[in-house]
Design a protein around this ligand. Structure first.
Ligand code: UDP
Ligand code: MG
Length: 315
């Protein structure tokens, strides 16, 4: 008989002391169900919480050998906490979910079912950002529209970090070196064979979200700049436009000066236009430097050149 496959649950937790135990209790029946066909592992990643999160995790792990945990030396942020968890997870499939109970655990068997059907990535998409303010919905729409119009690949709005990854995807993910990262977007970048499960997130069990508007905005800027060089090129284009229009105007002014046309430009006007052209030249140069920086950036983050999905008869 082939050895049983393992499913790992990776759960990043920051200041979730009050949620670890309730989540574990919610998970218990699901784990029991899955254990009929799979080995199961629950891996908590304490992201340097100042509260008792780690104590909760370690006392759980003393009680239940399916539970294990790592505790990061300080708060590295959710994306890196998940990354650490993926590194330590042993599963043939790894499911990432939040520690605050927002990701309904009763859906786990559905994720596993899709994995068995042959999908490499099974991810949750929310029907519509519900419960969010109109402002948050609008900014989110704007962000995705902007991102998708300037980036090399398409991001799907409304997806969450509640995901199942096949071992092949986990291994590919672990090849990324970049420090600035969004877990779900790198997974989207990998692409593979994927399918969405559409359902809504729940309310937190307790505590409060660590992601306010400021942090979300910083994430958005970070990701626009790490997936797209358009902002850099835009400066260059602007410079080019200014130089072109400015030069046309200058030619008209000079023709006016020698009396070929009569448009009544002043001498001061000529100075202003020359000055503006110079600004355009500076912007164009910035854009050019930007392109070199973009190349350096690409080399430095060193994303995999390609990713293999399956192999057949490769020795
Ligand atoms: N989290 C983490 N490190 C952080 C912030 C959050 O590991 O620095 C965890 C947190 O414990 C939770 C998940 O990431 O399990 C999602 O965080 P949160 O609920 O604060 O975000 P939201 O649900 O509002 O997106
Ligand atoms: Mg949450």
């Amino acid at each position: 008989m082939a050895p049983r496959k393992t499913i790992s649950l990776v759960i990043p937790a920051y200041k979730e002391a009050s949620n670890v135990l309730p989540l574990y209790e919610e998970l218990a029946p699901v784990i029991k169900l899955l254990s009929a066909s799979y080995e199961c592992e629950i891996l908590f990643v304490d992201d340097g919480s100042p509260d008792g999160t780690w104590d909760e995790i370690s006392s759980l792990s003393a009680r239940d050998r399916k539970v294990s945990g790592i505790s990061l030396s300080r708060n590295f942020g959710k994306e890196l906490a998940i990354t650490a968890g993926l590194k330590y997870a042993k599963g043939d499939a790894v499911i990432t979910l939040d520690a605050d109970g927002q990701h309904p655990v009763e859906k786990i068997p559905d994720f596993v079912e899709k994995w068995r059907e042959g999908y490499d990535i099974v991810y949750n998409r929310r029907p519509e950002i519900q419960g969010a303010s109109a402002f948050k919905r609008l900014t989110s729409k704007l962000f995705y529209a902007l991102f998708n119009s300037i980036s090399e690949f398409r991001l799907e709005p409304g997806t969450t970090d509640y995901r199942l990854l096949d071992r092949s995807v986990v291994d590919a993910y672990l090849r990324f070196n970049e420090k600035n990262r969004m877990y779900r977007w790198l997974v989207d970048w990998l692409w593979f064979r994927k399918i969405a499960l559409v359902f809504d997130a729940r309310k937190r069990l307790g505590g409060e979200s660590s992601y306010g508007y400021g942090k979300l905005f910083a994430l958005a800027v970070n990701n626009l700049t790490s997936f797209s060089f358009f902002p850099l090129k835009f400066v260059g284009y602007m410079g080019f436009a200014i130089v072109s229009l400015g030069s046309l105007l200058l030619i008209l002014q000079l023709l006016d000066k020698i009396g070929l046309v009569h448009m009544g430009f002043s001498n001061l006007g000529i100075v202003v236009v020359i000055n503006t052209i110079m600004v355009g030249v500076v912007l164009m140069s910035l854009g050019l430097i930007g392109l070199y920086i973009a190349n350096i950036h690409e080399e430095v983050i060193g994303r995999p050149l390609y990713v293999v999905r399956r192999q057949a008869n490769i020795k």
